[in-house]
Design a protein around this ligand. Structure first.
Ligand code: ADP
Ligand code: AMP
Length: 208
């Protein structure tokens, strides 16, 4: 299964991706995670991406598309994969079409007005990437792996505001783009996490 997870920052892509990877055994590729890993390791890609991530802007398309194209060539992607956070604009979606054929684009639909609270309250495990929210989780160690639970540097009010603006201007048009291609399926991302996942499973079981 070749799957794209579409949705605004904070829609719950990462949260659902972990569950999807667990149930279906498919590789989870998050471009945001790839950039953060490069940043941590101080690679040239990481240093370049930092300036954009800090401002809530998209990393340039050439850099991002190259990373995805290389990643998709790896052996673990040959049977299928799940892209989270890519594509984020029409240019990237067209570039993806040249790399491979996607089976389904799963849009996690949310009320954009609710995302500021989700994102400024988000906490993530620095080791495994598991997502938490301060409203339900206040511990400092990850329940899954024991890693440190931290706040992402770009989950501040100012940067989140910019990221939501970038989403509206550049990423939201992809809903229409994939709808016209007959690839789009949507789930209600405002439901509780397990209920969203139950809907996701219905969609994915039908396309498998
Ligand atoms: P994304 O990967 O789309 O940016 P995340 O999966 O990291 O979003 O989720 C953002 C925040 O919202 C996290 O704190 C997460 O725990 C929380 N969250 C995710 N899905 C839901 C949901 N269905 N209802 C309430 N909170 C959610
Ligand atoms: P995310 O983890 O998906 O919220 O992404 C965090 C940040 O990484 C974004 O705000 C962008 O700066 C950068 N990023 C992630 N994916 C992409 C992408 N497909 N294109 C450009 N920039 C990206």
């Amino acid at each position: 299964m070749k799957l794209v997870l579409l949705g605004a920052p904070g829609a719950g892509k990462g949260t659902q991706a972990v569950k999807i990877a667990e149930k279906y055994g498919i590789v989870h590729i998050s471009t945001g995670d790839i950039f953060r890993k490069n940043l941590k390791e101080g690679t040239p890609v990481g240093l370049k991406a930092k300036a954009y991530i800090d401002k809530g802007q998209l990393v340039p398309d050439e850099v991002t598309c190259e990373i995805v194209a290389e990643r998709l060539k790896e052996a673990d992607c040959q049977k299928g994969f799940m892209l989270d956070g890519f594509p984020r604009n029409v240019y990237q979606a067209q570039a993806l079409e040249k790399m491979t054929d996607i089976d389904v684009v799963l849009n996690i639909a949310v009320d954009l007005n609710k995302l500021m609270a989700r994102l400024t309250g988000r906490r993530v495990c620095a080791a495994c990437g598991e997502s938490y929210h301060v409203s339900t989780f206040t511990q400092s160690k990850c329940l899954k792996c024991g890693g440190d639970v931290i706040q992402r540097a770009d989950d501040t009010e100012e940067t989140v505001g910019k990221r939501l603006q970038v989403y509206t201007e550049q990423t939201q048009p992809l809903i229409d783009f994939y709808q016209k291609k007959g690839k789009l399926q949507s789930v209600d991302g405002m439901a509780a996490i397990d209920d969203v996942f139950a809907d996701v499973v219905k969609v994915l079981d039908a396309v498998r």
